[in-house]
Design a protein around this ligand. Structure first.
Ligand code: NAD
Length: 484
């Protein structure tokens, strides 16, 4: 085993969990990396108590003082970029380039958190003669963040800098499939000067998540993962009167019009469907070909064939994921889809125990097929052919998800027409992965997100704080007013 057994991180101390241990394998080669404790309800409670103890002092500090920690944290993320990326590569299986980009996104979110004092100043107004009202943003208390396997560094950092800079204390429950990055993040936060207990890591799976949803000491829960579990967490934590924001899965449609730029569209669509092995909620999953776009499809297949597992493409997370993805491809072929590029059975010499699926492009898929409707979460693109933009929009709008959608065209008018009518929270025009960059916020629609607001950017400020409104009168003359 490459690393020692992981500990929880509670009150600034490593705290070996009492729950059963789960093996953590590298998807790259099947190597046993570590063992992660599946924490119990009691261990979640311990972490909440540590966070609650640390919270008052941290919350009482002015925000300008709190963000100093995040200036140092940003520097540490940059200083350790290569090491953090290497950890992501090992535990998640993505490429080094992708892992570096992930850490860089964590840096960007941290930069945003450093700017929060400029964005969160309250308001003050004389509302009657001699009477003024002011509003101030206050932290919620102890909050929790539950994260998925596909971005072990970035997704935790979507929540950590903003929630903590705004004065909260946090319990992070990372994915049990990729738990290593979280402990390193905890170390760097301590090194940056974060007081002990403000950030805690509780490893685990179902029991730990349920304990978080139920715990009366936790005020808010953010969740990122599949729609199935997002719904469970949203319902359960809301039932315990918590504020909840639960981001779920995705099925992103790219609408390609005949006037789209050939090279740019082909390379963007190929990058979107294969990046992170298709294991990202912004991945292209369905391409709706409007009219005659065979020239683009041909180039797209050529681009996809240049992407090779083990060279410029990583691994999928597990054997189960590989089998599930290949199952979708086989089923679609049996139902009449034409396989233009087939990524089944991919292996990497010297890494025979790794979990690889190559880029796969399926043509003549129909909207009823499972591969066209369900989240595959692998490097598989389904091409649906339609005659009109209206038909394309109808298919896109019928999806139960609504994370991202994109349109590829050289026409500004058509781009705007599609962008206005697509039913997704994040829209790309000639961009295959339309992730909004800070200060814009990240979040989908429909079954891709449950709760109000978004998880990053300005929108997250609302989620991680509550408003205090104070009405003030010092001047006795103000008595003449009806407010007195
Ligand atoms: P997942 O839902 O299986 O796991 C997410 C978290 O839920 C993990 O921490 C896991 O331990 C926990 N969990 C799993 N089963 C549980 C159960 N029965 N009860 C309680 N908790 C449980 O998701 P994943 O496979 O780790 O991640 C992939 C999914 O995440 C995809 O669907 C992807 O689209 C989605 N995702 C969405 C976004 C977004 O922004 N919308 C971003 C990244 C990933």
């Amino acid at each position: 085993m490459k690393y020692s057994i992981l500990s929880n991180h509670v009150g600034g101390e490593e705290n070996s969990g009492k729950g059963p241990l789960l093996d953590v394998y590298s998807p790259l080669n099947g190597e046993l990396l570590s063992r992660v404790p599946l924490s119990t309800t009691e261990e979640v409670d311990q972490a909440v108590r540590a966070a609650a103890k640390a919270f008052p002092d941290w919350a009482a500090r002015p925000i300008k003082e709190r963000v100093q920690v995040f200036y140092r944290y940003k520097y540490l993320l940059e200083k350790h970029q290569d090491e953090l990326a290497a950890l992501v590569v090992e535990e998640n299986g993505k490429t080094r380039t992708e892992a570096v980009a992930e850490v860089q996104k964590s840096v960007e979110v941290t930069e945003f958190a450093c700017a929060l004092p400029q964005l969160t100043a309250g308001e003050i107004e004389e509302v009657s003669r001699g009477v003024e009202c002011r509003s101030d943003r206050k932290p919620l208390g102890v909050v929790a963040s539950i994260t998925p396997f596909n971005f072990p560094n970035m997704v935790p950092n979507w929540t950590i800098p903003n929630a903590l800079a705004l004065g909260n204390a946090m319990i992070l429950k990372p994915s049990e499939q990729t738990p290593l990055s979280a402990n390193r993040i905890a170390e760097l936060l301590l090194e940056a000067g974060l007081p002990k207990g403000i950030f805690n890591v509780v490893h685990g799976a179902r029991e730990a998540v349920e304990a978080i949803c139920d715990h009366p000491g936790i005020e808010a829960v953010s969740f990122v993962g599949s729609t199935k579990i997002a719904k469970i967490v949203y319902r359960r934590a809301s039932a315990h009167h918590k504020r909840v924001l639960a981001l779920g899965g995705a099925k992103n449609h790219l609408i390609v019009l005949p006037d789209a730029h050939e090279e740019m569209t082909a390379s963007d669509v190929a990058a979107s469907m294969t990046g992170c092995c298709g294991q990202r909620c912004m991945a292209a999953s369905v391409m709706i070909a409007v009219g005659e776009v065979d020239n683009i499809i041909e180039k797209l297949c050529a681009e996809a064939r240049k992407i090779v597992p083990g060279e410029n493409m990583g691994a999928v997370i597990s054997r189960a994921a590989k089998e599930r993805i290949e199952g979708y491809i086989t089923e679609a072929a049996e139902q009449g889809a034409e396989i233009l590029v087939d990524g089944r059975g991919a292996t990497v010499p010297g890494r025979e125990k790794g979990f690889y699926v190559g880029p796969t492009i399926l043509d003549r898929v129909t909207p009823e097929m499972r591969v066209a409707r369900e989240e595959v979460f692998g490097p598989v693109l389904s091409i649906l052919r339609v005659a009109t933009i209206e038909e394309a929009l109808e298919i896109e709008n019928a999806s139960e998800y609504g994370n991202a959608a994109a349109v590829f065209t050289q026409s500004g008018g058509l781009a705007r027409y599609v962008a206005e009518r697509a039913g997704a929270g994040m829209i790309g025009v000639n961009i295959g992965v339309p992730v909004p960059r800070e200060p814009f916020s990240f979040g989908g629609w429909n079954q891709s997100k449950f709760g109000t607001g978004d998880i990053t950017g300005k929108s997250s400020v609302e989620f991680w704080t509550k408003l205090k409104k104070t009405t003030i009168k010092w001047n006795p003359e103000a008595r003449t007013n009806w407010m007195s």
